[in-house]
Design a protein around this ligand. Structure first.
Ligand SMILES: C[S@@+](CC[C@H](N)C(=O)[O-])C[C@H]1O[C@@H](n2cnc3c(N)ncnc32)[C@H](O)[C@@H]1O
Length: 274
């Protein structure tokens, strides 16, 4: 047994190691976030189509959807500061293209009670929001209610995999306000199928967006070195920014690292309201 290991590791493996390294240095051509806009483009919705950016955060995607497709976009989010920042971002965007300023509106709102009329929307864009939703059943019922027949719900979400250890998951979800069940694909699928949605496309991206970010900008390596510093000198950063900020920063950095090493996996669903 031992001698087999010695032979394989120190005799056979080194003979191919350099070639293996070269193979790994070649990109696997990961898809990047542009994919989400391509999927929207393929729907061939007309200008002025009514679109909801559900959990719009600071509004960058709402503005992009208006800029690229001339959709009439409403962005809603339950955090007041996000709505204020989204308005600032929209004011900036409107300086370059006044039409965008007229196409986009932001307001407070949440997935469980969407402030819109029945059957009034062509598309709901929901990017990295499901983590925080207490009742997916209510949220998807609301999405069904506000979408017209034949309307689409595009979801981009990260799920946990079997590689994520229970202790890692427990800390990560508690720190970042993630509803644990919502990281389970079966739970999420059961909720949207239960609400009556049909799965038009399901694209397993795994680490692709992370690889793309790393290859384009080195962003993930930056998260990795930040993780190392946070773990080695917690007291330094806690003294500067406090325990809560430290935990959130560590959770955020680990998130990117975990996705690269297969503990989290990204997926896109394009759902249709029949
Ligand atoms: C990770 S951020 C993603 C923001 C944005 N969609 C993006 O992709 O940049 C999650 C967002 O979900 C929002 N959120 C939290 N709970 C929500 C709820 N119940 N309904 C809608 N949005 C919610 C948060 O305020 C936050 O802006």
């Amino acid at each position: 047994m031992g001698s087999t290991f010695l032979h394989e590791s120190y005799d056979e493996y080194p003979r191919i190691e350099a070639a293996f390294q070269d193979a790994l240095d070649e990109s696997l051509n990961p898809r990047g976030p542009e994919l989400l806009y391509e999927l929207v483009g393929e729907l061939r919705l007309p200008p002025q189509a009514n679109v909801l950016d559900l959990g719009c955060g600071e509004g960058q995607h709402s503005i992009q959807l208006a800029k690229r497709f001339r959709f009439a976009v409403r962005g809603i989010d339950p955090v007041q500061r996000h709505i204020e920042l989204a308005h600032q971002r929209l004011d900036e965007a409107a300086k370059d293209g006044p039409e965008v300023g007229k196409l986009v509106r932001f307001e407070l709102g949440a997935a469980e009670s969407i402030p819109m009329k029945d059957a009034s929307l062509d598309l709901i864009w929901c990017r990295e929001v499901l983590y925080h939703i207490g009742s997916l059943d209510n949220a998807f019922a609301e999405c069904r209610r506000v979408l017209r027949t034949g309307g689409y719900l595009l979801i981009y979400h990260n799920f946990a995999t079997d590689r994520l250890e229970p202790g890692e998951a427990e800390w990560q979800w508690a720190t970042l306000g993630v509803v644990p069940a919502n990281t389970n694909p079966q739970h999420v699928e059961a909720a949207f199928v239960g609400a009556g949605f049909q799965i038009d496309q399901c694209i397993e991206l795994a680490s692709e967006f992370g690889e793309y970010a790393e290859e384009q900008t080195g962003q993930v390596a930056r998260h990795l070195i930040h993780t190392a510093r946070l773990l080695r000198a917690p007291e330094r950063y806690i003294a500067m920014f406090g325990q809560t900020a430290y935990n959130i920063k560590l959770g955020d950095c680990l998130w990117h690292v975990y996705r690269m090493i297969g503990k989290l996996s990204s997926r896109v669903y394009l759902l249709k309201s029949p």
